[in-house]
Design a protein around this ligand. Structure first.
Ligand SMILES: Cc1ncc(COP(=O)(O)O)c(C=O)c1O
Length: 489
């Protein structure tokens, strides 16, 4: 099969892409899923590999019974797929799985690097970071310097490389590492990683990359960019339920001590002492791993390697331009982040409709148009506040006010449409038509909604209960209704 045929086949393969939901007008229609930056849909052929594996299920770390041998082989295969996907040669790099997303990896690296190189007291973090690549570094290090971005107000974004150079000069060999996102989860702004690595290495600092938002969108080569550590969530690349992945230079891992302890990572244990193994990745994978999730993730990565991430990127760029230009052209719509022509970006676009709080936009997009977008500050509060600063000042709101009251929360945020491999031009046409529709009947829409919680909205007469949409107990009912058939002697 040619690469482009495979890509088309993969695009059509996602579970839940066309799930139908009810809308305000009493119809049911297939959803338009534009919430991929939060979590992506499941790629069916990869899921099927995981499902098939269950026929052979056993835990790893044994070679003697057939199933354990197969599981150990498949788990090892998943590690190799991760390395290949991020362009990390196995002689320099090692991959390991951790937690249920990227957060576990950042906590792990922050804890171990801060104690392994305690003499280097400074850590750099960009102002665009998701809290998950900011707070662990604050917690484990005595001095975190936040690196600003380019531009101002609604165009703020993209690392300010000149300022970064000055900060490196100022702190020199006191810098332990810089932790920076490969692409922002708010605006999609992409970071020039190879240049950052050069600057970091000039003072002996490491580069830790948060690849959560770039992994499914652009090709990455750790070898070429000389990245020391890269972390991503499997659920952001078409494998919900899979673990987080950490890929690190072996030199870096050999210089740190494991921070998670338990079974599978020791050579021997006595009452008086224990000996962690030197074998990687075992030393970093304490406990029984998420084997099924890792295999599904490995299968996704294998398929995307075959289809070509350069092709994925090419396809997405055309869609980004279409959505960005289309949203910008709608009167009363503000889009956030640098222009795509100034800073390259992934398919994540934050926007607001004038006169609508972000929660109202998300609720009405769902209820009237069956379009699923996220809203709020996306766990990147400092960055979102910076983007909104001018608008909030104009509303007489202090964006930096701590413990904001609910009405401030309601204003402080955006709606976010984010793309995945399954996103089509028709999805984005639907997005533009929906935004245009809502912007054209502000007063009517506003009159139909009540505020709920700190930043949500509910339609006053239309709001299907969560259990009417999906109910695990209802799913079990068939099984519970036919006990005789299910019973085994
Ligand atoms: C850029 C970025 N980094 C880190 C994370 C945290 O990932 P997880 O919640 O899977 O640990 C996210 C999740 O939204 C993200 O978008």
């Amino acid at each position: 099969m040619s690469d482009s045929n495979l890509l088309a086949q993969l695009q059509a393969s996602f579970i839940g892409r066309d799930t139908e939901y009810p809308t305000v007008n009493g119809e049911r229609s297939p959803r338009v899923y534009l919430d991929s930056a939060a979590s992506t849909l499941m790629m069916a052929p990869a899921y099927n590999v995981g499902h098939e594996f269950l026929e052979h299920y056993a835990s790893t770390h044994s070679d003697l019974h057939y199933a354990a041998r197969g599981a150990s082989h498949a788990f090892e295969w998943a590690h190799q797929r991760v390395l290949e996907f991020v362009g990390a040669s196995p002689d320099r790099y090692c991959s390991f799985f951790a937690g249920s997303g990227a957060t576990a990896g950042f906590n792990r690296m922050a804890a171990s690097l801060s104690s392994a190189r305690a003499e280097r007291k400074v850590v750099l973090v960009s102002e665009m970071e998701h809290h998950s690549n900011d707070l662990p570094h604050r917690h484990h290090n005595s001095q975190v310097v936040h690196v600003p971005c380019l531009g101002e107000f609604e165009r703020y974004g993209g690392l300010d490389m000149d300022r970064l150079g000055e900060i490196f000069e100022e702190h020199g060999e006191n810098v332990n590492y810089i932790a920076v996102t490969g692409a922002s989860n708010v605006t999609g702004a992409i970071t020039p990683l190879a240049e950052v690595a050069k600057m970091a290495h000039a003072v002996g600092a490491y580069l830790i990359v948060d690849a959560s938002q770039m992994i499914a969108h652009t090709p990455v080569s750790m070898d070429d960019a000389d990245i020391d550590v890269l972390v991503f969530s499997g659920h952001k690349i078409y494998a919900p339920g899979s673990p987080g992945a950490v890929i690190a230079k072996k030199d870096v891992l050999n210089a740190i001590k494991p921070t998670e302890l338990g079974g599978g990572m020791v050579d021997d244990v006595y009452i008086a002492e224990y000996m962690p193994t030197a074998t990687l990745p075992d030393r970093e994978e304490a406990g029984t791993p998420n084997i099924v999730g890792a295999i599904i993730l490995g299968a996704v990565l294998d398929l995307l390697i075959r289809a070509g991430m350069d092709k994925v990127r090419e396809k997405e760029i055309a869609l980004i331009d279409f959505a960005w230009n289309g949203l910008k052209a709608i009167e009363g719509v503000m889009v956030y982040g640098p222009e795509p022509s100034d800073v390259p970006r992934t398919g994540t676009i934050a926007f607001n409709i004038k006169g609508f709080d972000h929660g109202l936009t998300a609720a009405a997009m769902n209820d009237f148009h069956n379009i699923q977008v996220r809203n709020g500050c996306f766990c990147a509060h400092p960055y979102v506040r910076e983007l909104l600063k001018k608008e909030l000042w104009e509303m007489d709101i202090d964006p930096d006010a701590p413990n904001a009251e609910a009405d401030v929360e309601r204003k402080r945020g955006m709606a976010r449409a984010s793309l995945g491999l399954y996103t089509t031009r028709a999805d984005l046409e639907a997005l533009l038509a929906a935004v245009e529709d809502l912007a054209g009947r502000r007063d009517e829409i506003k009159s139909l909604y009540q505020p709920v919680g700190s930043n949500g909205y509910r339609h006053s007469s239309f709001s299907p209960a969560a259990m009417d949409l999906f109910d695990p107990e209802r799913m079990l009912q068939n099984f519970l209704d036919t006990p005789a058939q299910n019973a085994t002697e």
